[in-house]
Design a protein. Structure first.
Length: 223
């Protein structure tokens, strides 16, 4: 194989990678925030709701979890505007898709967190006169959040990697930037030799930062 590496050409357009990396992180963060809101609301509704409520939430979770994310991306970007008669930009569409996708994953995470709250802690809240709503916001949710932190860390790293699918609808994230450089320079080995460690190092940094957060808010169990 007579192939000569030439990273100089790739570095001329490297700004597209850094711009795409920043957008990928923003998309992942916005999607996680949206997914957390959906996950918390539906987890509380599932835990405290009636049977019909639990069935509807379970239906949503199973539909999202058993549908390929790529198919959901196409469905939201192409399908819904065609039926609804309205349009939105690719980035907004992708964030919404990832947000609902993350929400379905986080429903189970927060539901498990709520189930892990010791009954004695909830009873103690009632004993000091907290209403059910105040007990939820001041006792159950903070405890559930601390229990769920490891799963939330994994969810954010996973969402960051999933942002690569935005390239199929021309969202200018990291992978799309790499594809643009490849199509315009034909240096496929060089660009993906750079892209892979960017994802690896960024994912490691995110996970390390979130592990520090976990230790900061970890629940200390008595010896």
């Amino acid at each position: 194989m007579d192939y000569h590496f030439n990273f100089t050409i790739v570095w001329r357009h490297a700004w597209r990678l850094w711009w795409g990396l920043g957008l990928s992180l923003q998309i992942a963060l916005a999607s996680l925030a949206m997914g957390m809101v959906i996950g918390v609301v539906l987890a509380v509704a599932y835990t405290d709701g009636r049977r019909i409520t639990r069935m509807l939430i379970a239906g949503y979770v199973e539909f999202i979890r058993n549908t390929p994310l790529l198919l959901l991306v196409y469905l939201v970007f192409y399908g819904i505007p065609s039926v609804g008669g309205f349009a939105y930009d690719a980035t907004t569409s992708f964030i919404v898709t990832l947000g609902f996708y993350a929400g379905a994953q986080l429903v189970e995470v927060f539901r498990a967190g709520l189930d892990a709250v010791p009954p004695g802690v909830v009873d103690a809240g009632r004993a000091i006169g907290l209403t059910p709503l105040r007990n939820l916001f001041h006792v159950r949710l903070p405890t559930a959040f601390r229990v769920s932190l490891p799963a939330l860390s994994n969810a954010y790293v996973s969402l960051f990697k999933d942002t690569a699918l935005g390239s199929v609808i021309a969202v200018p994230e990291l992978t799309h930037g790499a594809q643009w450089i490849n199509f315009n320079t034909f240096r496929i080995l060089e660009i993906y030799a750079l892209l892979t460690p960017i994802y690896l190092v960024t994912g490691w940094i995110i996970l390390a930062a979130l592990r520090l957060l976990e230790r900061r808010f970890a629940i200390v169990r008595p010896q």
